[in-house]
Design a protein around this ligand. Sequence first.
Ligand SMILES: [Zn+2]
Length: 116
Amino acid sequence: MGEKLWRMSGKNDGLRGRKISYNCKYSKLCGAKVYLLFKYDSDDAELYRTTSEHTHDDPKCRGLTDSTKEKVIQLLNDGVNKPKIILSTIKECGLEEPPIRMLKNFLFHFRRKQTE
Ligand SMILES: [Zn+2]
């Protein structure tokens, strides 16, 4: 398992052992996920992988963080579409405030996707 590819997302004790789940380090929304199963009756850990390939955006092109993106989409769905108002709401929510250029870029691509 590549060390730098995954980010731990949680653990829970199941019937077969303790399961530690990992998301793709670039995005929790990415389809690729793995988990390690530490069986109660053995010292070995088994690695399981979802069949999904990575679906995250290229990290170099990535602008907004997932939580900021979710908030922006939620605001757009509520009918809020002025970049300045979106930015100040993001700030109020304690989320990472992106540069307005990045937000406008995101809005542009988001709207284009909606009308396709
Ligand atoms: Zn990924």
